[in-house]
Ligand binder design. Structure first.
Ligand SMILES: Nc1nc2c(ncn2[C@@H]2O[C@H](COP(=O)(O)OP(=O)(O)OP(=O)(O)O)[C@@H](O)[C@H]2O)c(=O)[nH]1
Ligand SMILES: [Mg+2]
Length: 213
């Protein structure tokens, strides 16, 4: 299958969650994006799926579901990325957003400290519904000032997660790597390997817990 053929983005922003579940065969892996409004969740998933970036000011109004076909361990795997607006107008996400998720990409914006502080709120809510799924914390918009990658962010370590991944939806830094890691971690979780998540992530990310992380 061609690269184009493998990628299908299905904008379902005007439909309800139930509609969405109704018109697509169930995915093998569900990966959700979480984080405050305007941290770049939509741009990250668009960048991964299309390898392209079109700066736009549009916010997500409800929910966008992106279907992606991948191959993991020699098997064809259907992956759904769920993207939503992180706006405060939704006090809490609808539980169906979390339902059945196998992995989460939790994003903040390095140019806005409040978005980092709010990680805790998102994480706490996520864990109410999905106690053990793998979570990858991403620091987005590093293109604004690459010096930020020298900074260490304590949040993931406090929660027993792998270190922050520094990404840019604008120039693509680390985007494919993070999404591929999320798919693989989700697959492993689904197949009963969740206890090895840390190990798996560190392997995938080729990193170690260094000083200050
Ligand atoms: N410089 C820079 N800007 C970015 C990057 N990623 C996103 N943006 C910009 O940040 C703004 C918000 O991006 P979105 O992807 O819409 O953010 P979101 O998290 O999906 O926001 P909501 O849908 O409201 O929850 C847009 O103006 C993007 O162009 C990045 O990596 N670098
Ligand atoms: Mg969005």
């Amino acid at each position: 299958m061609s690269e184009e053929g493998k990628r299908q983005a299905k904008d379902e922003s005007t439909k309800t969650v139930e509609d969405e579940m109704g018109d697509l065969p169930e995915a093998d892996i569900k990966v959700i994006l979480l984080g405050d409004s305007a941290v770049g969740k939509s741009k990250l998933v668009e960048r991964f799926l299309l390898q392209d970036y079109h700066p736009r000011q549009l916010s997500t109004y409800a929910l966008t579901l992106f279907r992606y076909a991948d191959e993991v361990d020699g098997q064809n795997v259907k992956v759904d990325f769920w993207d939503t607006a992180g706006q405060e107008r939704f006090d809490n996400m609808h539980p169906s957003y979390y339902f059945g998720a196998h992995a989460c990409i939790l994003a903040f914006d390095v140019t806005r400290k409040a978005t980092y502080k709010n990680l805790n709120k998102w994480y706490t809510e996520l864990r109410k519904y999905r106690e053990n799924i793998p979570v990858i914390v991403v620091a987005n918009k590093i293109d604004v000032d690459y010096k930020v990658t020298r900074k260490s962010f304590a949040f993931p370590k406090k929660k027993g997660l792998p270190p922050v991944e520094y990404v840019s939806a604008a120039d693509g830094t680390n985007v494919v790597h993070v999404f591929q890691s999320a798919i693989r971690a989700g697959w492993k979780y689904k197949n009963g390997g969740e206890k090895d998540f840390m190990e798996e992530c560190l392997d995938l990310l080729g990193e170690d817990f260094g000083e200050g992380l």
